[in-house]
Design a protein around this ligand. Structure first.
Ligand code: 3PG
Length: 305
């Protein structure tokens, strides 16, 4: 079977080598496409592939149509909003992710962004300590659980809300369940977003929530830019000169936000949460193992379609 690793944002060389070895040791053919500059290049590369490993690369209906042999796509990471699941199913391909494999990397970035915001982007202006402050986590999946553990080490008071996670799980982790999403935003000095981009969540965080945040609060987004209502964000930042927005996912209106609120916003130039040697290795090798297992005996434990 031919396994293509196609990553516009490449894995570390060590991760690529590890993936190659696992694929070849299992008797499959390995192919690599990195830093490609057009969807066409990806379509050409995948034309005769049986399996595909991607990161945030767009895998749409056109791509499935260009890859008649494709049987499995593994998103080496958590969020699979970049993959058209309906088109995959229609094409007879299964889609998997590698949950948890890059969670610690993203969680460390959340704490990094929290400190960067608390210290006014290291400008020298008097900031605040995160110890003793209230941290609210919107959703309590793998990334949030790592964030909670690290934040508690810093002496933060952590609360969370997640309709899909039983409150017992939160309590076991020493996290206080918030009564409502509004309360989460109202009662925390720092709120960190960890929801996926779905039809229900896109544009769901706007004035309705951001304007509830207490004085001097920080909103951190390492999830997806699409979950924010960007017009509302702009307006609320205009009205509330005390609020900050720090994100790993550059909003579409990043230039305007940077111009108007330089001291109060920060965006990574490229999504960096999972961009560590460790996360590349964990997610990349897991993806390779999942493909090998699927071709060996049909194992599809992490299937999402
Ligand atoms: C994820 O969903 O796993 C993260 O957003 C990481 O995405 P990336 O692999 O494109 O860095």
């Amino acid at each position: 079977m031919k396994v293509l690793v196609a990553t516009e944002k490449p894995f570390s060389a060590k991760a690529v080598e590890g993936i190659r070895q696992r694929i070849e040791n299992a008797g499959h053919e390995f192919a690599l496409l990195e830093k490609y500059s057009s969807p066409d290049q990806l379509r050409q590369a995948v034309a005769d592939a049986d399996a595909l490993i991607v990161r945030s690369d767009i895998v749409d209906e056109v791509l499935f149509k260009s890859a008649p042999n494709l049987k499995i796509v593994v998103r080496a990471g958590a969020g699979y909003d970049n993959i058209d699941l309906k088109a995959a199913t229609a094409a007879g391909a299964i889609v998997e992710n590698t949950p948890g494999q890059n969670a610690n990397a993203v969680a460390e970035l959340v704490i990094g962004l929290a400190i960067m915001a608390a210290r006014n982007k290291y400008s020298g202006a008097t900031g605040f300590e995160i110890s003793g402050k209230r941290l609210g986590l919107q959703a309590f999946g793998q990334v949030s659980r790592h964030v909670a553990a690290i934040a508690k080490g810093f002496g933060m008071n952590v609360s969370a809300i997640d309709p899909y996670c039983p409150t017992e799980v939160l309590k076991e982790k020493g996290v206080t369940p918030a009564d409502s999403i509004e309360d989460l935003y109202r009662n925390n000095d720092i709120v960190s977003i960890h929801i996926p981009a779905t039809p229900e969540t896109v544009g769901s965080i706007g004035r309705n929530l951001i304007s509830l945040m207490p004085k001097g609060a920080v909103l951190i987004n390492t999830a997806r830019k699409e979950v924010i209502n960007e017009d509302d964000l702009l307006q609320v930042l205009e009205e509330r000169t005390d609020l900050k927005y720090f994100a790993d996912v550059k909003p579409s209106n990043a230039d305007v936000l940077n111009q108007r609120f330089a001291d109060r916003v920060f965006f990574t130039p490229k999504k960096s949460g999972a961009q560590t040697a460790e996360a590349n290795l964990n997610a990349g090798l897991a993806a390779a193992d999942q493909i090998v297992a699927f071709f060996r005996d049909g194992t599809d434990r992490f299937r999402v379609n």
